[in-house]
Design a protein around this ligand. Structure first.
Ligand SMILES: Nc1nc2c(ncn2[C@@H]2O[C@H](COP(=O)(O)OP(=O)(O)O)[C@@H](O)[C@H]2O)c(=O)[nH]1
Ligand SMILES: [Mg+2]
Length: 656
């Protein structure tokens, strides 16, 4: 059998440690690594070792009793939603890890929601139970937040000490001795409780299967094999969500967890059917030593070394077949559906690319959210500058949830990401590629506008030697929602052939406003009078005259500073809404509305860009790294006078 599962859930719930423990337990590693020491197989990149948190999805292939289980250890932080989602897309089921210490957290619910949207069968693993926490209260919590949960395992206590597990559906109990299960009997004082959960679980399963239900209602005996099959079907269809217990700390229940994966979770064939090979790249990593490595999930079919696959970028020959174990490549003789393939040196492959033979497979699509956090980056030195382009290209290929752009107005190079930590790790990744960069908040693209009507003259007159220059433009500026140019010249006081030059002069002058040199927007320019000279007038002279007129008039039209306003959609747990609202207030924000999505509150707000440049950090702080938001430009609005003064003064200082 083969199972491909994504370990997802709140950051710190124990996913990486569980993956490590399972790898160790199944003999895939001699020594169990620790997240704190940076010695786990999953958290192998320098960024992960430094932050002690998973940033990328790691692949852990387990061999258990002759079966193959591919674990995809995903990050928990919402900053890495791109990685979290692609791990789930590459899996056939989502195993949501919940720490008994903290219970259901926002990362639990978010992972659950993503899995639900992708139509993935789901289950829960409760970790860290040896650290305490009321398992039965947690069960109720899981039931109320996630729905039809079904406890497959219950904790076994001896003298108040957690020592093992009760297998609810198979009516067995084990105590654990250094990770090894020893069969035992259910203690007297737990019997009634186990009986209650067992009956509930049986009934929940029987209800999903008509023929079993009939038999049951007629008082017939439901056999264990039939029950187990119905259980598997119910999980596959998302009708029930098993809850298991697994402790990496106390090494309890690891075998039972793997047994449950095999029993309850769907096989690749059940999810994708049978047929010719079909794979899809879900991640591309550029390894400083190995070069580009693409990770693809084989959804359907079998492959052997030497096979060739089609892609939209030409054919790909697989001279060798590899999977990955953390940072290492492991050679395979053949690959069956469910395998996570590692494709080294596949430079033509990028994330999302399909590989196939024969008929292609239809994939459900899920769009990534847009990045919301940004920094301006500059290379530290000339040498870094030369290498930046190449390093950025690799980085963006690796992580399509990042975006890079050059702002033509401010001249800055802007890196966009899903949050502060995301950008921080991106910066470190660039350093891995040998490029050191300095990052700082980007400049705000302010604007200037006018608040009242004004008019005046611009005259350009020069007499130098022979040919002179002459242009004379009378201009009226009025506030306007957008921009308009009106030619009100009568009697030919300015020949029409100069009209274009006059407008060009106005547009040129509007590029640098009178207050702080920002572009002037939102005005109507009416040219209503002027004069010209038969010989000395020219396009150039009228352009310059129009510029003079604009500069002269705009200062009298009550110029004012504008700033970009963005709309935000903020997703947070209900109990954080108050904090979000008061924080928004302190950022000159305006609440537009409130909504609910699943267990999360959605706050819609608008705020000046200057106040939300580093919002990701604030939201992280208010929600322990689990809130999320979207950011979209809305409009320009006047900057309050006291702040405008500051912006203008700063600009003048910078210019000086
Ligand atoms: N006592 C105990 N600690 C654990 C267990 N699982 C994880 N931890 C600790 O919890 C912290 C977060 O674990 P990690 O695996 O990085 O969580 P992840 O963010 O979900 O991958 C680390 O300090 C682990 O040592 C467990 O089963 N028991
Ligand atoms: Mg982790």
């Amino acid at each position: 059998m083969i199972r491909t599962v994504a370990l997802v859930g709140h950051s710190g719930s124990g996913k990486t440690t569980l993956g490590e423990a399972l790898l160790y337990f199944t003999g895939g590693k001699d020594r169990m690594g620790k997240v704190e020491e940076g010695s786990t197989t999953s958290d192998y990149t320098p960024e992960e070792k430094a932050h002690r948190v998973s940033v990328r999805t790691a692949v852990l292939p387990l061999t258990y009793q002759g079966h193959r289980i591919y674990l995809l250890d995903a990050p928990g932080y919402t900053d890495f939603v791109g990685e979290i989602r692609s791990a789930m897309e590459a899996a056939d089921s989502a195993v949501v890890v919940v720490s008994a210490e903290t219970g259901v957290q926002i990362g639990t619910e978010r992972a659950w929601t993503v899995a639900e949207r992708l139509g993935l069968p789901r289950m829960v693993v409760v970790t860290k139970l040896e650290k305490g926490g009321d398992f039965f209260a947690l069960l109720e919590d899981l039931r109320s937040t996630l729905g039809h949960i079904l406890p497959a395992h219950l904790p076994l206590y001896e003298n108040g000490q957690w020592v093992g597990l009760i297998d609810v559906l198979h009516d067995r109990a084990f105590r654990y001795d250094k990770g090894r299960p020893v069969i035992t009997s259910i203690p007297e004082d737990q019997k009634a409780q186990v009986e209650k959960y067992r009956n509930e679980a049986r009934e929940a399963i029987i209800e999903t299967d008509e023929s079993l239900l009939e038999k049951y209602l007629e008082g017939g005996e439901v056999e264990e094999v039939a029950l187990s099959r119905a259980f598997h079907e119910a999980v596959r269809k998302g009708q029930v969500f098993p809850v298991a217990i697994g402790s990496s700390g106390a090494l309890i229940g690891l075998d039972m967890l793997l047994d449950l994966f095999l029993e309850a979770l769907p096989s690749p064939e059940e999810r994708w059917g049978q047929g010719s090979p079909a794979a899809k790249v879900f991640k591309v990593q550029v390894d400083p030593f190995m070069g580009q490595v693409a990770f693809a999930r084989l959804y359907r079919g079998q492959l052997k070394a030497g096979d060739t696959l089609q892609s939209d970028n030409g054919t790909v020959r697989l001279a060798h077949l590899y999977t990955a174990k953390g940072k290492d490549l492991i050679e395979l003789e053949e690959a069956e559906a469910g395998t996570i393939l590692a494709l080294p040196k596949a430079d033509s492959l990028h994330k999302g690319m399909e590989l196939w033979q024969g008929e292609r497979l239809e994939f459900p699509s899920a769009r990534l959210p847009d990045p919301v956090a940004m920094v301006a980056i500059t290379p530290e030195s000339r040498a870094d500058e030369a290498k930046l382009g190449d390093a950025l290209r690799k980085l963006l290929e690796e992580d399509p949830s990042l975006r890079f752009e050059r702002n033509p107005e401010t001249g800055e190079q802007i890196l966009w990401g899903m949050g502060d930590l995301h950008l921080e790790t991106a910066k470190e990744r660039l350093a891995d590629y040998g490029v050191k960069i300095i990052s700082r908040p980007p400049k705000i693209p302010y604007r200037e506008t006018i608040r009242k009507k004004a008019e005046g003259q611009g005259k350009h007159k020069k007499q130098t030697g022979g040919h002179g220059q002459y242009g004379d433009v009378w201009l009226r500026l009025e506030p306007h929602p957008d921009y308009e140019f009106v030619w009100e010249i009568t009697g030919g006081v300015i020949p029409t052939k100069y009209m274009e030059s006059v407008e060009a002069g106005i547009k040129e002058a509007a590029k640098t406003g009178p207050l702080a040199g920002y572009p002037v927007i939102g005005f109507r320019a009416v040219v209503y009078h002027g004069s010209y000279h038969e010989v000395d007038s020219s396009d150039m002279a009228f352009q310059l005259a129009a510029q003079l007129a604009f500069r002269n008039v705009v200062t009298q039209a009550s110029p004012t500073l504008l700033e970009p306003i963005y709309t935000l959609k903020i997703f947070v747990p209900q109990d954080r809404v108050g904090d979000i609202l008061s924080d928004m207030q302190s950022r000159r924000g305006r609440i537009l509305g409130m909504d609910q999505e699943g267990a999360l509150a959605v706050v819609s707000a608008e705020a000046p860009l200057a106040e939300v440049l580093e919002y990701s950090r604030t939201l992280s702080g208010l929600t322990q790294g689990t809130g999320a938001y979207s950011l979209e430009f809305s409009h320009y609005a006047e900057v309050p006078p006291n702040l405008a003064q500051k912006v203008i003064a700063e600009r003048q200082k910078a210019e000086a």
